[in-house]
Design a protein around this ligand. Sequence first.
Ligand code: SAH
Length: 245
Amino acid sequence: MSFTAAILTLYPEMFPGPLGLSLAGRALGEGRWRLDPVQIRDFAKDRHRSVDDTPAGGGAGMVMRADILAAALDATTARHPDLPVLAMSPRGAPLRQARVRALAAGPGAILICGRFEGMDERLFEARAIEQVSLGDFILSGGEMAALTLLDACIRLLPGVMGAASSGDEESFESGLLEYPHYTRPVEWEGRTIPEVLRSGDHARIAAWRHAEAERITRLRRPDLWERQRGAPVRSPSGARQKDEG
Ligand code: SAH
């Protein structure tokens, strides 16, 4: 069974785009995921094929019409009744690795990409749609957000990454940012790789990496640090345990 990404967009030619290369591109060629781009404009009703209109109440820009988006969405859900529907929006819940993992474990997703000022709010009242945000910044459209979300999911699909990088130790997987990495040459511009990493002592290396992960998380992401101190976290073995903090 492969992961299906159905994308509602005004720019279907943006897909697969960068996901046609490298890991994701190979996985696409191997049929581990598939793409069903939907041109929203094909569901327009007038001869100008318009999908947007001026904002009610006035103001700058244009708003994507609920009726046309719903027609495009309904046709897509009819083809993929088992897929969850997500809309890319700076007003959505911030996307986190746990959500990415859950999506990657499922059958795929229908992703709605906004343009202009966004979409008529009634769409979200009338259909079950999860709104997700990539972060506190504004993109010009949802396509880059959809590509990013898909990239994060595709690398987790079975057979896409080598066993060596199962992803378990990466930033966020443990509730912490990852420890720093080094590789040869041992000395570069007068800086040497930390001695502990060259010691061959696996217990010391693990302890050092954990301490560094904690130090960096505290420093750069006090929000993550607080959350991980309060919540049960996953031990490296995958079992749940209460963090000692
Ligand atoms: N006027 C809106 C922004 C619209 S940007 C506001 O202030 O909230 C146009 C489209 O780009 C959005 O509909 C959405 O699909 C996409 N987009 C912009 N920023 C995004 C973000 N941070 N995360 C996910 N999608 C985003």
